[in-house]
Structure formats: C-alpha cells, structure tokens
Design a protein around this ligand. Structure first.
Ligand SMILES: [Zn+2]
Length: 380
C-alpha cells in the first residue's frame, strides 16, 4: 500500500509536467495519412521519451509516419505499453477545436484518443524510476502511427513485441467513467460486387439485368446477418452503382462493416458472405474481405490482469470497473496471440473522434499511478 501511495503522490506532483506533455503532442497535429505531420509529432515525442531516459528506436515507414519503439530498464523479460499517436483529425482542426482547459477538462483534437494515454504511460514510467520503485521487467513502449486506419504498417511490429512480452497494457481511452476494456469486438469488412447486364433503360430495358436491383436483394440478406443479442453487428455502410441516367446498371458495390464478439462468430459471418448467391440468375455476386482485427476475448488471463488492476486502483481509493466495446484497437492483435492484454488504461474523458473530445484533467495523475502500479513489483 505504501508503494502505491508514493507513486500516486509523485504522479500528482507532476501534474503540470503531464499536462505540458499532452499539450505539446496535441499541438503537433498528426492525421494518419500525412506522414510529414505525423513525423513532426513523432520527433517531439521521441525527444521527450529520450529526456526521461528511454532508449528510442525509430521504425521507419516510407508511406506512414515512423513508429517509435522505446525501452526502459534492462530486465530479462518485458511488459509492453501500446498505443498510437496518429489521430482522425486533419491538420488545421486545432483552429476549430482549440487546445483549451475549461471546467477541469482539457479539449483538443486527439487529446483523448490517445495522446493523453501516451503521456500517462510516460509519467507512470518516470514515477517508477524516480521514486526508486523496483520493476524487474523491461518496460517497452510502442507508439504507432496508423492505428486509425487499421495498423497495416505496424501490425507485424506490434505482434513481434507482444510475443516477447509477459503482458500488454493498452493506453487507449477508458470507457465512460474510467472502466478498462476487457473485451473488444473483432472488426472487419466486406466488399460485395454485383455484376449485371447493361441495356438502354428506354429502348430495351427487358434486355438488362440491373446490378443495383440485385444489390438491393443482397443488402437485405446481409442486414439479416446482424444478431445484436449475440453481439454480432453487420451493416452496409456504403453503396454505389450505375453510371448514367439512361442505362440499366451492370455493376453495383456495397461496403459492409462487421463486428463480432468471438472467433467462432467471425467464421460464421465469413461463411455467410462467401455463400451469397444472386436472386436474378443473370447477375453474379462476389464478396471479398474478412476480419481486420480479431476479437479481444475476455480470457482467464485478461480477467487476472483486470483483477490486479482493480486491486491497485483500490489502493488508490478508486473503484475500477471493466467493460467491453465494439470498437477495435491494437490490443485485439496482442490478445489474439494469447498474450494477456488489458486495454483502455488511458485517459478518462469523452468524445473520441468527435468535436467534444476532451480528458478530465484531475483524473490523469492517478491514472498514471495505476499504470505505474501495474508495471511495478508491488509487494506491500
Ligand atoms: Zn485510439
């Protein structure tokens, strides 16, 4: 108990450092698709990581921002702290969502998802080092740059580091009120392409087979795959079809968003997409896609990590809840490898991907103390 209070007091005393770190990162806007901007934010983050004693390696990527891998300490085994510094906001969003502190909240693009989470992890590490709290495992941080578009250039590095780790703590935003995430749905998508027969819509419509009409049939079938009681959501989110106003369309496409709670549900949905057959035999239906992120399932190992976090939070006088979410994160990849993963350890706030994005300032230092407690070998 004494150690966690010491960590908490250290983190509370560094509140201004924590806020200055978050603000410096938010000021350097970093939309996933703008490498120059993301690397500018990464350079600032790298120098701040070095300043607190981290050994930083830049994982260069030609088309995306460079990912940052940072090590602290020298234990034989390691714990991974995982997150991303890309955001969904374009450069210039700061003018529309200025970095402001109002009523105990810090507002700004990317503050909640998830630049505050990075600063929390940094303060947690500082707390261990600077209070002399023992930690026997190496602390490895991996801050990536393409989480918001599916982690195409970071997944391999995330999985490599996870395999070397005894546990993974993901600094993504918490659930409302601070709950950590012990399950996440797997997410994926499909593209369905229907091909029909074009014909003049006025002169000989009977010779056409409308791809748009066929797609309409298929959309109803696809929507029927949704089973919210079982946590399966399937939604057609984009459609296109037809080229001209007087031509029966010979092609139509739909993009479908899919969320599933388990690997079993993922294969069930996948089989349904592979099995789509046309209603009008003159048309054809083809689907491609699958799960981009496997589900993070609440295994016994995940539950064990949560219970440890809850006990540490108890020592801080906090009640730590758990919950699930339909949104995916890089924690889905590490959990699917069987590495114990606890997600949502980042900031308490609201408005990820929304104009009211903010974090609750007063909660941040204790959140860092919680993460520090998870990293430390607390005995008392
Ligand atoms: Zn995020």
């Amino acid at each position: 108990m004494k150690s966690i209070i010491r960590l908490r007091d250290f983190c509370r005393g560094e509140r201004d450092w924590l806020l200055a770190t978050v603000e410096a990162l938010v000021r350097l806007e970093s939309p996933t698709t703008d490498k120059t901007a993301v690397d500018r934010c990464g350079a600032e983050l790298a120098s701040r990581l070095q300043a607190i004693g981290g050994n930083v390696t830049r994982l260069s990527r030609p088309d995306r921002g460079d990912h940052l891998l940072t090590e602290f300490g020298c234990g034989a085994s390691q714990i991974l702290l995982l997150g991303h510094f890309d955001t969904v906001w374009p450069v210039g969003q700061l003018d529309r969502m200025p970095l402001t502190r109002v009523d105990g909240r810090l507002h700004g693009p990317g503050v909640f998802d998830m630049k505050a989470g990075i600063a929390i992890a940094m303060l947690a590490t500082r707390a261990l080092v600077e209070t002399g709290t023992p930690f026997s495992r190496r602390i490895v941080m991996l801050w990536t740059t393409d989480e918001e578009i599916g982690s195409g250039t970071s997944r391999a590095a995330i999985e490599d580091e996870a395999r070397r780790s005894d546990a993974v703590f993901v600094l993504e935003p918490s659930l409302p009120g601070g709950a950590v995430k012990t399950s996440r749905k797997g997410c994926g998508g499909y593209e369905v392409i229907v091909r029909g027969v074009a014909a003049h819509a006025g002169i000989e419509p009977q010779r056409g087979a409308s791809a748009v009409q066929e797609l309409a049939h298929q959309i109803l079938r696809i929507n029927a795959l949704q089973d919210l009681d079982r946590g399966i959501s399937v939604n057609v989110v984009q459609v296109s079809g037809g080229l001209r106003s007087n031509v029966i369309p010979d092609e139509a496409r739909a993009t479908v968003d899919v969320r599933v709670p388990s690997a079993a549900a993922a294969s069930e949905v996948d089989a349904a997409f592979r099995g789509l057959r046309p209603v009008d035999p003159r048309t054809s239906v083809e689907s491609s896609g699958g799960m981009d992120r496997p589900p993070l399932e609440r295994t016994a190992e995940v539950e064990r990590l949560y219970k440890r976090a809850r006990a540490i939070a108890g020592g801080l006088g906090l009640h730590l809840e758990e919950g699930g979410t339909g949104g995916g994160s890089d924690g889905n990849f590490t959990a699917a490898l069987g590495i114990p993963t606890l997600d949502g350890l980042g900031a308490i706030g609201d408005g990820a991907h929304a104009r009211h994005e903010h974090v609750d300032i007063e909660s941040l230092p204790d959140r860092a103390a919680l993460v520090a407690g998870l990293l430390a070998d607390l005995k008392d």
